[in-house]
Design a protein around this ligand. Structure first.
Ligand code: FES
Length: 155
């Protein structure tokens, strides 16, 4: 059921629609993680665990499987991060708090940049602002990966 929802999310294109539904908008090779620590899809998996400043993802889960491939991106509002697979293996993660005025949930992730659609600030995959009103880098988090387990340490 969730994979159908995910496909819907990928194919629909209206930020306004997502906002109206209370759903995080993402685009192209991006996806949205579950917004709780619960087993949202009811299959016995828990693809995200938040313990203090550490967020653990199971990227074999359909919620985060975009992180398996280069250019795959996800945003998690509950986890407080943006993540991207930069080379097929390495995953980088940044805060989802835009350095312009702090929007957290209006990210468009086209695969090669992070776009905050609140006022159209664009950040490259190093978290550096490249256009729009934001002037400061997105804070980067430490990431460790062991197979399909990814741990984001938000410090
Ligand atoms: S808060 Fe992100 S561009 Fe303004």
């Amino acid at each position: 059921m969730y994979s159908d929802r995910k496909e819907f999310l990928k194919k629909a294109g209206s930020v306004a629609l997502f906002a109206a539904l209370g759903i995080q908008y993402t685009a192209c090779s991006s996806s949205t993680g579950p917004e709780t620590n619960n087993d949202d899809d009811g299959n016995g998996e828990n693809p995200i665990t938040i313990e203090g400043n550490k967020v653990t993802l199971d990227i074999s889960s359909s919620f985060f499987d975009d992180l398996q491939n280069q250019g795959g991106m996800v945003v998690s509002v509950s986890g407080g991060f943006l993540a991207v697979n930069v080379d097929g293996t390495t995953i980088r993660a940044f805060t989802n708090v835009c350095t312009h005025t702090g929007c957290t949930n209006n990210w468009n992730l086209p695969g090669d940049r992070f776009v905050c659609t609140c006022h159209n600030s664009v950040f490259n995959l190093n978290g550096r602002p490249i256009s729009g009103p934001a002037e400061r880098d997105l804070a980067e988090f430490q990431v460790s990966r062991n197979g399909n387990t990814v741990v984001i340490d938000k410090g």
